[in-house]
Write a protein that binds this ligand. Structure first.
Ligand SMILES: [Fe+2]
Length: 201
């Protein structure tokens, strides 16, 4: 089925409306390219829900904290709450720099992209959730990426220092750049990412 559910239409519109005034430069170009690609829906899959891992107990508290920290995030937070029953959370493999608790204390959910609610290869939009005190491995990928940070937490690019963008902030990962993230000892990390898989430029 290639029609898009009303929930997904609403989520994508709300996400775009939040991002457009908050991105510039390469991030702005990426958001524009993704918006143009998403004008053509991909394949919508039927329900394939598996029981969420334990780390997902942090999801709703993190969403509530996000809306409380930045009221302009409330519409997007509500969209994510609506999508939650359709999310399938999966771990990724560990790698360099990952904390010892990483495998049990993180999960990713693809919303748009391979294995996502909308199956397609050219755009990936998803979520990463880390329990408090968890470090994601250093990783890289060819597609450029924009992160929308929805919680406290720290991020790292290439050989740079850890930085804390803050709730509601965005940043851009250039193609192939090594990057990582880690939650603080007391708060989960929740971040949304958008990857433009086949670059047009
Ligand atoms: Fe990434």
């Amino acid at each position: 089925m290639t029609s898009r559910s009303t929930e997904l239409v609403s989520f994508l519109r709300t996400l775009n409306e939040f991002l457009v005034p908050r991105v510039s430069g390469n991030a702005q170009k990426l958001v524009g390219r993704i918006d143009r690609k998403l004008a053509f829906p991909g394949q919508t899959k039927g329900p394939a829900r598996i029981s969420p891992p334990l780390v997902c107990t942090h999801l709703f508290p993190a969403l509530t904290d996000a809306a409380n920290s930045d009221s302009q995030l409330s519409p997007l937070v509500n969209e994510l709450r609506t999508l939650e029953p359709s999310l399938v959370w999966r771990p990724r493999t560990a790698g360099a720099g990952a904390s010892a608790n990483f495998l049990n204390d993180h999960a990713n959910a693809m919303i748009i992209g391979p294995g996502g609610i909308e199956e397609r290869s050219d755009v990936w939009i998803g979520l990463s959730l880390l329990a408090p005190g968890t470090r994601y491995p250093d990783h890289n990928h060819a597609p450029s990426e924009v992160y929308l940070v929805l919680s406290p937490g720290e991020f790292k690019q290439a050989g740079g220092a850890w930085f804390s963008p803050g709730v509601g902030k965005t940043f851009y990962n250039s193609p192939g750049i090594l990057h990582a993230m880690r939650s603080t000892p007391d708060e989960p990390l929740l971040a949304l990412w958008l990857l433009d898989v086949e670059r047009e430029e």
